[in-house]
Write a new protein. Sequence first.
Length: 429
Amino acid sequence: MAGTPGRDELLSAYRPALVTVYGRLGHASAYAIRDFLHRCDVPFEWVPLGSDEDAREQAEVEHLRDERLPVCVFPDGTRMEAPTIRQLTERLGWFRNPSRTEYDLAIYGAGPAGLSAAVYAASDGLSTVLVERWAFGGQAGSTSRIENYLGFPEGISGTGLAERARAQAEKFGVEILLAREGVGAELQPGRGVGVLEDGTKIVARASICATGVTYRCLGLPNEAQLLGAGLYYGAGASVAPLTAGEHVVIVGGGNSAGQAAMHFAPHAQRVSVAVRGDSLKSTCSHYLVQRIENTPSIEVLTHTEVVALHGEKTLRGITLRHTATGKELCVPTRWLFVCIGGEPQTQWASAIGMARDEAGYLVTGRDLLRDGARPPGWPLDREPYFLETNIPGMFAAGDVRHGAVRRCASAVGEGAMAVAFVHRVLDGC
Ligand SMILES: Cc1cc2nc3c(=O)[nH]c(=O)nc-3n(C[C@H](O)[C@H](O)[C@H](O)COP(=O)(O)OP(=O)(O)OC[C@H]3O[C@@H](n4cnc5c(N)ncnc54)[C@H](O)[C@@H]3O)c2cc1C
């Protein structure tokens, strides 16, 4: 990385806009780029193109459907056509390979749990690498306001919290590998080896899996095709202003759906929240239910599910079905946000014999014991530590863990706690 400007240097040198993004609304790649930049707290200007003429004049491409869109232009004139996220991170100087042949600790996932583990580990002097497949903040990074995190009485945006944690981790010397995905693991005596998507291997004496959950989808036929083109998972923190004057539909009855509704209400003309149950009250925090009830532009559609998505390249509408009467209603909309929770992506874990529960969450600590007996094949003369998996020295923290409390504060707490046990492992205890 020698000669490459640091992230903070770059950001402060180029505020307000470090990159200008030209693209059309409803284009999945343009959404992915905006979401990535927003979540990494990179100041950018979004120029939506509305016609072929716009495309020619502003983005210097032939027409609105030109495959070179979206185009990213940097202040020094560098132009990138239809860049991938990896290419963007390379251009921003953030794409790295591991600098060491071995680390004390490798952490996978830069959500609240992984960022917290990274800060505590590096501040304790451990050589630490943090691997993140997308952007900082995880699920928390997708929410516009976390109101119940200790110490922020006015609330804090997920991006704001993640950005502070990122700065803190870098201050203590954590090596961050962004836009890199852990896809497998290998075991060596006393070492764990993480395998990234391009075959890069990371060797560490201990590791923490903090990969959280990945959004659950609706399971409708054309869902993948419309992802990022009108259909979004999570609260879409980066796109709220783009919904001005439009009808937004949110699916889900939990806090994430409730927060999303409040986030869009000041912008959208109307926000409909589709829930399967008979109210939000049993699934959503009391304070959110009250706010939603007091916001005239939000309506809650109970006993309702989405059964069809309409549109080929971009979402044009959806069909809602009332689960009690079976009555269907076609709703024109360009904005559908799916907030129905998530699932852990831990298929790699079973390949190395790591214990998972039926839903795929990683089993740790005393949950591994059966009638007080240690897990089969456990090689040590002690029980697994709290947060330790059935493979010594490999820990799990946050939402990916069986029995986790799905909150930012608990993920942060588990990240910190896991590091305390990592020390014991590294000390040979
Ligand atoms: C919209 C929304 C609003 C919420 N609001 C609140 C709230 O107000 N208060 C509250 O307490 N909680 C809230 N939560 C819950 C809270 O955000 C989660 O409990 C918390 O983010 C869990 O943190 P985590 O680090 O365990 O996992 P995650 O946040 O899921 O982060 C996991 C990270 O791992 C990365 N990753 C996954 N797989 C890999 C891989 N193979 N290689 C590398 N990286 C990988 C992901 O990209 C992600 O960045 C909200 C959740 C959502 C979705």
